[in-house]
Design a protein around this ligand. Structure first.
Ligand code: MTE
Ligand code: MO
Length: 565
């Protein structure tokens, strides 16, 4: 700030300049004989600056909240501050009140809750306007407190990442800036508790009051309009999400006709810090090109099978849910996962085998690929064989016992054991085109990535984390290894490039999931380099050769450094 004094003072320079600027216009009007009219009929509400202050607070708060909600809606998956506050209220009220609310309002209880938050917000905003007019900074402080409440609600929601803090901060800052601007103009027009128009700052025979009035009313109108526009855009954007998550919240998954085999005893090793055998949805990695999460209303959803088929088939959601479902643990991985990286996760998927749908369509001879397309136009190329053999490639609707989370492909995605996600795991799936690799290319293919992507054998050390200091003596090493659709036979560790030592390999759920492993090593104080390698069940150890992630997956040994002291 160059001139802090002009900013700190109420009734600042900026407004005076603005008023002065408008005076020129007034001069013109004067010659046209209009100013007299303006002075002789002072606006009624001018005698009620407090009402105008409340209106200014409402407009500023409305625009601020709309801006925050817009930020949350556009920059998904941010958490909406208003929804988070609603959630916080639900969590905070005693069960009796909750039951009463459900009894009184039935399924409208959530709407009533949001409306109540809206009314409280409106009252607070109006109050902030009145306060700010009374004493500079008071209204801003109230807006700040409300923003802090929104911030607290947002960051304490379970699904919220740290970036979720952005929306309430945007809301608070926009509210404060607009409130300050509006109240300054209002004060120029009608200082709190002063006389009506006609006497304020009259000089040179001019009465600036009508000009100040216009300046305030224009700003008020502009702010209100901005609030309405931002609110409308947000409503349109988030309506689809609301509809989709509403459906998701009320649907029940079908029972599997073929349930997942029980997880073998001993598949989970009791080592602190090891990746859990099954990754919770909230911790599951997310990779896609979608700027906003596609929100599909399941009744509107259709899956078309097109291309080189005997019969084109169209499937709707209800029909899909009625099919005999298969449930399987499958570990999916991203081709962009670096050695030692965490773009991999294991979930219990529920779905109808893709081969059943393709059998209905009848692929024609010569086809060797299925190009799957998502609702937002993304595509993946999957070998036809991987979708028709017995590996249980799924049209998945369930993930770990829940409908697919929106960001993991709701309502339907593909899950194919053994293939990287970029050539198989299409989320928000809408079309399967039976075709040939020679005729069609998927999204990533012209961008430097392979058109096929079998997952490479890999292993990772989870414990201890690289760079950690540990106590001398028996040091526990543990982690995961995977070679989907082939399975893992063994995991070995070596210290400072010494001989390989066999780790304990836990039982796997199936060859399509990752395996946990563990090894205790007696280490004296010093700096160590520890490496891991896995061998798949064909007896092929993973390669030591380092390869980058592009075009078809990284290779090399996960190597960590450990300080033993
Ligand atoms: N529609 C769509 N589906 C997609 C992608 C995408 O960008 N768009 N990315 C794929 C990639 S590269 C991976 S690794 C997996 C990740 O699935 P997840 O986000 O559920 O973990 O989704 C796949 N499905
Ligand atoms: Mo990926």
């Amino acid at each position: 700030m160059n001139m802090p004094s002009s900013v700190d003072k109420p009734g600042p320079r900026m407004d005076q300049q603005e008023t002065a600027g408008k005076q020129e216009t007034a001069g013109k009007q004067e010659t046209e004989g209009t100013e007299e009219t303006a002075v002789s009929t002072p606006p009624r509400a001018h005698r009620r600056p407090r009402l105008w202050a409340a209106a200014a607070g409402l407009a500023a708060g409305g625009a601020g909240i709309a801006a925050g909600e817009l930020a949350a809606g556009v920059l998904s998956p941010l958490v909406s501050p208003v929804t988070a506050l609603g959630g916080a209220v639900i969590d905070a009220v005693p069960p009796g009140v909750k039951d009463l609310a459900v009894q009184l309002f039935g399924t409208a209880d959530k709407i009533v809750l949001i409306a109540s938050i809206g009314i409280v917000a409106a009252l607070l905003a109006a109050l902030a306007g009145v306060l700010e007019q009374r004493r500079t900074g008071w209204g801003l402080a109230l807006a700040g407190v409300a923003g802090a409440a929104g911030l607290t609600a947002v960051v304490t929601r379970a699904q919220a990442g740290p970036q979720a803090a952005l929306a309430p901060i945007v809301a608070a800052i926009v509210t404060m800036l607009l409130l300050r601007m509006l109240i300054r103009r209002l004060t120029t027009w009608a200082p709190a508790g002063t006389t009506p128009a006609g006497t304020i700052g009259a000089r040179d025979g001019h009465d600036p009051a009508p000009l100040a009035r216009r300046s305030f009313l224009n700003a008020l109108g502009g702010t209100s309009l901005a609030a309405v526009v931002a609110g409308t855009v947000t409503a349109v954007l988030t309506r689809a999400t609301t509809v989709a998550s509403g459906f998701r919240g009320s649907m029940t998954l079908p029972q599997p006709a073929t349930p997942a085999p029980a997880i073998p005893a001993g598949a989970s090793l009791p080592v602190e810090g090891i990746s859990p055998l099954v990754t919770p949805n909230a911790d599951f990695y997310r990779i896609d090109t979608a700027l906003t999460v596609p929100a599909i209303d399941p009744p509107q959803w259709k899956l078309k099978v097109t291309g080189m088929v005997e019969n084109e088939v169209e499937l709707d959601f209800a029909t899909l849910l009625a099919k005999p479902m298969t449930e399987r643990h499958i570990t999916i991985a991203c081709v962009s996962n670096n050695v030692g990286g965490d773009l991999i996760g294991n979930a219990l998927w529920l779905g109808w085998p893709v081969r059943e749908l393709l059998a209905m369509a009848g692929p024609k001879a010569g086809a060797d690929m299925v190009l799957s397309t998502s609702n937002d136009g993304w595509t993946a190329s999957t070998p036809l064989e991987a979708l028709t053999d017995n590996r249980d490639a799924l049209l998945a609707v369930g993930m770990n016992g829940e409908p697919l989370p929106l960001e993991h492909g709701f309502p339907v995605r593909m899950i194919v054991p053994g293939l990287y996600g970029f050539v198989s795991a299409t989320k928000w799936l809408t079309e399967l085109k039976v075709t040939r690799f020679a005729d069609d290319t998927a999204y990533w293919t012209p961008r430097g990535w392979s058109d096929r992507g079998p997952i490479k054998t890999q292993s990772r050390i989870d414990v201890p984390r690289s760079g950690r200091s540990v106590q001398a003596g028996m040091v526990q090493f543990a982690g995961v290894a995977w070679a989907q659709h082939r399975g893992i036979n063994g995991v070995e560790l070596r210290v400072n490039r010494g001989p390989w030592r066999q780790a304990t390999l836990a039982k796997g759920i199936s060859t399509d999931t990752w395996y946990q492993w563990q090894l205790g090593l007696d280490l004296i104080p010093g700096d160590y380099e520890v490496q891991v390698r896995a061998t798949d069940s064909t007896g092929q150890p993973q390669t030591e050769d380092k390869a980058p992630v592009a075009p078809d997956g990284a290779t090399g040994y996960h190597t960590i450094s450990v300080k033993v002291g």
